[in-house]
Design a binder for this molecule. Structure first.
Ligand SMILES: Nc1nc2c(c(=O)[nH]1)N[C@H]1C(S)=C(S)[C@@H](COP(=O)(O)O)O[C@H]1N2
Ligand SMILES: [Mo]
Length: 418
């Protein structure tokens, strides 16, 4: 049974028909008395304007943008652009808001000159141009992509930084990816018996490269060509990228131009220096590919203000796991002392964002909101303290501790550690 125990949390489906409704401005008798024409919006009185060839968000929504870090990301080299998750409702991240991590700037690649090479421990080394690749059978899958370094501020900062959710944890997005299963291409090249690993290299300056176990690529690896129905955005690796569902974003090599089949990992700079995790006992966690189960409350969240000092609110958020489907999400309004189960909104997909909501009657007093997701393997999120105990002090990759938001009696929402 779903008996919520947290302060003010209501049963999952209690909004409809409960009389709890928010009071919309009512159509009083004065309105009926006035001529209806007096309430006719101006837009009904003239013809509308022209549309444009490529649709854009409403002009009134121009503040909904990716969050740049560092502040001058146009300069060459390392740049992170984060998804404003607090403005996303639904499981698909609009392509223009998909997060990005560029280690070597954004390369400008002419698709007609781009080539993908498959070589190394294969029977027939192959070269593909885009035209040829476009003729292969394709599959479509909805999956999240998360940078291993997502939520680094919460992992590293000794005091909780008062920022938006996008700033704190926006290196994760979810898209529909369409492309050619890598198994088709490897089978065509023919694998030698000693083939065990694949080194994937991008065509960006600095040649971003990662080693991946061949067996995993054969099972799940995709050469992604389309994102949400249109060709990949430059930020996502146009004209083609490797995509590995559920794994740390870093291995999904963008602007992919070379797959070298080997019998061992290459230990590239991108996997032996960066993206290697140190445990608190001093041991190194090498090739920690999977992103673990995680969730965030998007509404309300950091730097938002509750529009009224108390009353009905829907707590809403997103959950995901690199190991499979989300099984349940629990929500607390008292800093984790008690929990109630949120409603999951379908489709609940394998290694994809899953939306959750829970109605909340806020009493106007200070509250600490948290969410805790559990996936179908029974994996759940640690507290921040537990996470910190597992990893060395300077480690920040794969941070998946529960996010907490303090709602003040003044209605302001801020990031806290709980
Ligand atoms: N060639 C290349 N591939 C790359 C990177 C890069 O800098 N160059 N960044 C990686 C990192 S760290 C991440 S988290 C993901 C981000 O993918 P996105 O920018 O499409 O969100 O791409 C990965 N693939
Ligand atoms: Mo990353």
């Amino acid at each position: 049974m779903n008996v919520p125990t947290g302060r003010g949390l209501l049963p999952r489906r209690s909004f409809l028909g409960s009389g709890l409704a928010l009071s919309a401005a009512s159509l009083g008798p004065a309105v009926y008395a006035a001529p209806l024409a007096a309430r006719m919006p101006d837009s009904m009185k003239t013809l509308g304007g022209a549309d444009q060839a490529y649709g854009q968000p409403a002009a009134h929504e121009q503040a909904v943008l990716r969050v740049a870090h560092p502040t001058a990301p146009q300069t060459a080299g390392f740049a992170i652009w984060r998804t404003p998750l607090q403005q996303q409702r639904g499981i698909i991240t609009p392509s223009g808001l998909h997060f990005s991590v560029h280690h070597n700037g954004l390369p400008d690649i002419a698709p007609q000159r781009h080539e993908l090479m498959i070589h190394g421990l294969v029977k027939r080394p192959l070269r593909f141009d885009l035209e040829r690749l476009m003729r292969y059978p394709m599959v479509s899958r909805i999956h999240f992509l998360e940078c291993a370094g997502n939520s680094a501020a919460n992992a590293l900062s000794p005091t909780a930084r008062n920022e938006t959710l996008g700033d704190l944890a926006g290196e994760v997005s979810c898209s529909e990816w369409t492309g050619v299963p890598l198994s088709y291409l490897f089978n065509e090249a023919g694998l030698q018996n000693s083939a065990k690993w694949v080194v994937a290299e991008g065509a960006d300056g600095g040649s971003h490269a990662r080693s991946l176990p061949l067996s995993a690529l054969l099972k799940d690896g995709m050469l992604a060509l389309y994102q949400n129905g249109e060709r990949l955005r430059p930020s996502q690796g146009y004209p083609m990228r490797l995509f590995m569902p559920g794994w740390e974003g870093n291995v999904s090599v963008k602007w992919l131009h070379r797959l070298e089949v080997t019998d061992q990992p290459a230990y590239t700079k991108d996997e032996s220096g960066l993206y290697t995790q140190i445990l608190s006992n001093g041991q190194i966690e090498r090739f920690a590919f999977h992103m673990d189960v995680k969730s965030v409350i998007t509404h309300p969240s950091g730097l938002q203000t509750m529009p009224e000092p108390k009353g009905f609110y829907e707590i809403a958020g997103l959950a995901w796991s690199g190991h499979g489907r989300i099984a349940k999400v629990e929500v607390s309004t008292d800093g984790g002392a008690s929990w109630a189960q949120a409603q999951l909104h379908g489709p609940v997909l394998d290694r994809a964002f899953t939306r959750f909501t829970l109605p909340w009657q806020w009493d106007g007093k200070k509250a600490t909101l948290m969410s805790r997701a559990t996936d179908e393997l029974g994996r759940s999120q640690p507290t921040r303290a537990d996470w910190k105990r597992r990893y060395a002090m300077q480690s920040f990759h794969h941070y998946n501790a529960m996010q907490a938001w303090r709602v003040g009696s003044d209605g302001r929402v801020e990031n806290v550690y709980a």
